[in-house]
Design a binder for this molecule. Sequence first.
Ligand SMILES: Nc1ncnc2c1ncn2[C@@H]1O[C@H](COP(=O)(O)OP(=O)(O)OP(=O)(O)O)[C@@H](O)[C@H]1O
Ligand SMILES: [Mg+2]
Length: 267
Amino acid sequence: MYREFYGFTEKPFSKTPDPRYLYLSRGHREALARLKYVLEEKEFAILTGEIGCGKTTISRALMDTMGESYRFCFVLNPRLTPMEFLRTVARSLCCDLPATSKEDLLQEMTDSLYRLHCEGLSPVLVIDEAQLIPDRDVYDEIRLLTNFQLDDRNLLSVILMGQPELRTILAAPQYEPFRQRVAINYHLKPLTLEETQEYLDFRMEIAGGYPGLFTPDAVQKIYEFSGGVPRMINLVATNALLEGFGREQSFIDAELVESLRSELIHS
Ligand SMILES: Nc1ncnc2c1ncn2[C@@H]1O[C@H](COP(=O)(O)OP(=O)(O)OP(=O)(O)O)[C@@H](O)[C@H]1O
Ligand SMILES: [Mg+2]
């Protein structure tokens, strides 16, 4: 196996989310800092980014860093009707069996938000893949959730994350009331070439290997193939390690990465 061949104790570019492998590029660090602020101030934020850039990873990192006093509610697939959406949020905030009428449901949620507040807990609603929200009514419900207040302070922080098309959707005039409530609007970009190098070395070191296994020219090629998108970097790097093992090559050079072009780039 390539793992033993290159001296890794674990797979360096595995898909399994693991906080030890979290690499903080400038963009990831800034996104995290802004989201922390949003949680502290109980605000409303939108995080967009290209596919595979690390949005979901950041939401997990945020939960890991915020400590016990925050109660996270994740909506991972928001392809829901407004009622399904509210019931999903209610279930994760408080009630195992949320009410079926909207009026009762909203009352239950108000009560739970107030109760959490009294217990010193700050609820956080994270809606991932928000570009999949099917209709405007769900956005209206989200907007209304940000209205729950006590003494002029919100009772709930809301983070909406999604692919770049989320921005296009929300740019339409009918979303003006929604947009006005957004305190932080951050777009996560792919890694730069230098960050790609650091990312590769960082993950290899955590996995027990040595940095510098990829030559600078190889890193340049990985950057070219992946566009600096972490999920794509993982894919190219894993394929390069497999190929290197097959060739019994102790370093991964540009020629080896180039030989994967037809396998990895389909367009
Ligand atoms: N900062 C990071 N540190 C370590 N690994 C990362 C980081 N960002 C992304 N990754 C890796 O890239 C992969 C894709 O990240 P993630 O799923 O968070 O992207 P996403 O932006 O949510 O993608 P999608 O748009 O498809 O939902 C993850 O499996 C993770 O291993
Ligand atoms: Mg994601």
